[in-house]
Design a protein around this ligand. Structure first.
Ligand code: NAP
Ligand code: ZN
Ligand code: ZN
Length: 354
């Protein structure tokens, strides 16, 4: 039997229930594990989709959180990459089969039998689902732990572990760089990272938003141009102009309107994961030999590459720090697009709660 420790966490017992404090079991570190005292955890829209069972696979109780940064407090006997005191990150995965073709290529996120998500996956050691970063600590195999560049502010680095890699990976895959005009749609946690990273890669960046207040300030994030996507006139000006579009919208929206903005041979990659299907018209694709695709987070090596890239370019998220007790309000604000641009939980607020 795996030995465990009971710790404090924040999670939910049902789709309709608010998050509140609960106790969960963490395994004691095995030979290849590190135990991380969680300092900060970002709030991804996927946390909300999952807590509320919008993707129809949630196992309860559910403890979300996959943008984790913290300090290593103990290491197993065979750990060689990290030591006690190291400041590290954990993203959306804590394990994978490590043997399939995709794991061997560093694409653990597409592992054939399925990667182990940081939360809501079958736990390889315990009879519970995996529990995420809205908790005091986490125990993770060292191969799924990332190094944080020393120059980056720690709390604002947490969102890189999901929002950063989820935008970096497709921007790299579709060769975004100098000479490319790139659209970023939906300026939330993912979208605002997409602007910063695409700009640092050397592309010309056009931000598309439905929010007046973001329209006014997306240039500060690094966008060269900003489009109010609800304004048909502004959209029309970009018809056929973009090489690539990264769509990070969390809700239903008209994909065809964006496919129309691509040049011939252009691609639109969806990273946003709305609850319901998005209809695509045949002529949106065939007129212009366009591609409509998707991308999920990134592999472990690529996540480290992204963190090092952000370290070199001094890129972190724009954050609003919250206490864990504010998480239910934060979810409501997330649904309104009312966050600039990522909530990050100060995990001391959980440790200090009785
Ligand atoms: P977020 O911070 O809530 O941002 C989503 C943005 O979408 C909003 O800020 C808003 O931008 C726009 N939006 C929201 N509702 C809209 C509507 N009805 N019509 C048009 N635009 C709307 O969420 P996030 O954390 O960035 O996540 C975005 C999506 O990506 C979520 O579905 C999440 O689950 C998914 N995700 C996918 C992956 C992956 O691996 N593919 C990883 C992480 C997250 P404006 O205010 O600028 O319009
Ligand atoms: Zn996420
Ligand atoms: Zn695999």
């Amino acid at each position: 039997m795996t030995e465990t420790t009971n710790i404090k966490a924040y999670g939910t017992e049902a789709a309709e229930a608010p998050l509140n404090q609960l106790g969960i079991d963490r395994r004691k570190p095995t030979a290849h594990d590190v135990e991380i005292d969680i300092l900060y955890c970002g709030v991804c829209h996927s946390d909300l989709h999952t807590a509320r069972n919008e993707w129809h696979g949630t196992i309860y109780p559910c403890v979300p959180g996959h943008e984790i940064v913290g300090k290593i407090v103990s290491v197993g006997d065979h750990v060689s990459k990290f030591k006690v005191g190291d400041v590290v990150g954990v993203g959306c995965m804590v394990d994978s089969c490590r043997e399939c073709q995709y794991c061997q290529e560093g694409l653990e996120q597409y592992c054939e039998p399925g990667m182990t998500g940081t939360y809501n996956s079958p736990d390889k050691y315990l009879d519970t689902p995996t529990f995420g970063g809205y908790s005091e600590n986490v125990v993770v195999d060292e191969n799924f732990v990332l190094r944080i560049p020393e120059n980056l502010e720690l709390a604002a680095t947490a969102p890189l572990l999901c929002a950063g890699i989820t935008t970096y990976s497709p921007l790299r895959h579709w060769n975004v760089g100098p000479g490319k005009k790139v659209g970023i749609v939906g300026i939330g946690g993912l979208g605002h990272m997409g602007i910063k990273i695409a700009k640092a890669m050397g592309a010309e960046v056009v931000a598309f938003t439905t929010s007046e207040s973001k329209f006014a300030e997306a240039k500060r994030l690094g966008a060269d141009e900003v489009v109010m996507s609800k304004d048909a006139g502004q959209m029309a000006a970009y018809q056929g102009k973009l090489h690539f579009i990264l769509d990070a919208v969390s809700a239903e929206h008209d994909i065809n309107a964006y496919l129309g903005l691509l040049r011939v041979d252009g691609s639109l990659a969806l990273v946003g994961a709305p609850e319901n299907p998005l209809p695509v018209a045949a002529f949106s694709l065939i007129a212009g030999r366009k591609s409509f695709s998707g991308s999920m987070i990134g592999g472990i090596a690529e996540t480290q590459e992204m963190l090092d890239f952000c370290g070199e370019h001094n890129i972190v998220a724009d954050i609003e720090m919250i206490d864990i007790q504010q998480i239910n309000d934060a979810y409501e604000r997330l649904l309104k697009g009312d966050v600039k641009y990522r909530f990050v939980i100060d995990m001391a607020s959980l440790k200090n709660q009785d």
